[in-house]
Design a protein. Structure first.
Ligand code: ADP
Length: 470
């Protein structure tokens, strides 16, 4: 029995130990579980707090978005309104422009009509004055004659004002055409200077000019260029006090001719210079008002110079004077009825087409020429006729151009005759070969006829100048 009991107790103790171990394990597990729970809870709390912050941020952002949206709506509205206003003003500007164009056209037509209508009675006034001053209707005493001359002068002045208005309307409506013709520059300037000499003398103004002697003709519309010079010169006189000076100088630079008209007059304030060529603009000076004028002269001058592909510039200093300069395109060409006509150009060219084209072109500029087709003939002709210039092709049969040039240069009478070598080879070194052989100029084919003409002119002018300085 005791044994049984002891056995039972041992079993119970064993069970107790197992239970104690299990209890311990459960406790450890519980502790671990509790720790995990704590961590989970902390994590949960963090998640909750993050979510809350995110919700707040979202709420704030949507508030901001809403505001931005409202703002953009307002902006779009404003833009739409601005666009509408712009459309309305554009339409108004368009209508105003249309009205302005109509008004301008009507004004031009009106001015043209008025000018035309005024010219008819003026013809009567001027014609009658001429008859009276010429004493075709009987003799007049001195006082009567002087009165008629005054009437005539006033009539002429009125006519020039009317012409100016007509010119301006013609220019504005694009109806002024110019006809370019070769004109001698010094003659052109001299005529304008002579025309105002008596007016200058009345004011005791010294009128001088410096025009280089070696200038050639210029392609201009003679009548219109006189208008330009007359206008600038009469302004110079008008705005120069008694005893002043006016100087007209001409200068030729690379492809341009510059005509300066300088006075010692009242000058123009710097801030007015940019408006000086505007129509109806007048500097509000005392002398200006005293002398009147329509304020369109310079506008006409600028436009006429523009029609010649030229330009006008001005330098001025108040109290010291002004200098107006017109710049015109200028390719020196010899007068067609002068020296050029007397100058024979020898064309040595074996290509018939080239020769025909060159001949036709030179002919239209009044040059005389002789055409030969090989070097031998060229030498023979040159020795016999002594041409003013030789245009020498290089590749020619019988005798080539280089040999011909050398032979021509060997002749003491032909050492200075300009020879323009023209060749289609145009290889590097060709030019040197031609120049070494004795050519004055080298031109490669195909050449522009205008370029050839300018080379011919330059050679002839240089040769003439050399002759003149000897
Ligand atoms: P107008 O001489 O008929 O007034 P212009 O168009 O010829 O008209 O000239 C415009 C203005 O330019 C003149 O009124 C004058 O104020 C100024 N002006 C022109 N030329 C000169 C000059 N040489 N010296 C000073 N002022 C000048």
């Amino acid at each position: 029995m005791d044994q049984q009991y002891e056995q039972k107790i041992r079993e119970l103790e064993k069970e107790n130990r197992i239970l104690a171990k299990k209890l311990h394990r459960s406790r450890t597990n519980l502790a671990m579980l509790e720790e995990t729970n704590d961590r989970k809870e902390a994590l949960l709390n963090q998640v909750i707090s993050d979510q809350k912050s995110a919700e707040i941020a979202l709420a704030l952002r949507s508030e901001e978005n809403a505001k931005l949206y409202q703002q953009s709506q307002a902006n779009a509205l404003q833009l739409e309104q601005a666009l509408n206003e712009l459309r309305i003003s554009e339409e108004q500007v368009r209508q105003q422009n249309e009205q302005l164009a109509i008004a301008l056209r009507l004004k031009d037509e009106f001015l043209a009509t008025v000018s035309h209508e005024l010219r008819t009675p003026l013809t009567g006034i001027l014609g009658m004055s001429e008859l009276l001053t010429g004493e075709f209707l009987g003799s007049l005493n001195r006082q009567q004659l002087e009165s008629i001359v005054t009437i005539e002068n006033c009539g002429k002045h009125l006519l020039s004002l009317i012409e100016d208005i007509l010119d301006l309307t013609r220019i504005e409506s694009g109806q002024m055409d110019i006809v370019l013709q070769p004109c001698e520059i010094d003659k052109l300037c001299q005529i304008s200077l002579n025309a105002i000499a008596s007016v200058a003398a009345k004011k005791n103004i010294h009128l001088n000019s410096i025009i280089p002697a070696n200038l050639r003709t210029i392609q201009v519309d003679e009548k219109r260029l006189h208008q330009v010079l007359d206008n600038l010169l009469s302004n110079a006189i008008k705005f120069t006090p008694e005893g002043g000076q006016i100087l007209l100088t001409v200068e030729a630079s690379h492809q341009q001719l510059h005509i300066h008209i300088k006075d010692t007059g009242i000058g123009i304030p710097a801030e007015e210079l940019e408006h000086i060529f505007d129509r109806f603009f007048q500097v509000d000076g005392k002398l200006n008002r005293q002398h009147g004028g329509l304020g369109i002269g310079l506008a006409i001058v600028k436009r006429i110079v523009g029609l010649h592909q030229g330009s006008i510039s001005v330098f001025s200093k108040v109290g010291e004077g002004s200098c107006f300069t017109i710049h015109l395109p200028y390719t020196p060409t010899l007068p067609t009825d002068g020296e050029a006509n007397q100058s024979y150009i020898l064309i040595a060219e074996n290509d018939h087409t080239t020769a025909r084209i060159v001949i036709a072109y030179l002919k239209s500029y009044g040059y005389r020429f002789e055409w030969v087709q090989n070097g031998e003939e060229a030498v023979r002709y040159a020795e016999r006729e002594k041409p003013a210039l030789i245009l020498m092709d290089i590749q020619m049969p019988i005798m080539n151009g280089l040999e011909a040039i050398k032979l021509i240069r060997n002749n003491p009478n032909l050492q200075t005759v300009p020879i323009i070598a023209a060749t289609a080879l145009a290889m590097q070194g060709d030019e040197e070969v031609c120049l070494q052989a004795g050519a004055t100029e080298y031109i490669s084919k195909p050449f522009r006829l205008k370029h050839l003409l300018s080379r011919i002119d330059v050679c002839l002018i240089e040769q003439r100048d050399q002759r003149n300085t000897k």
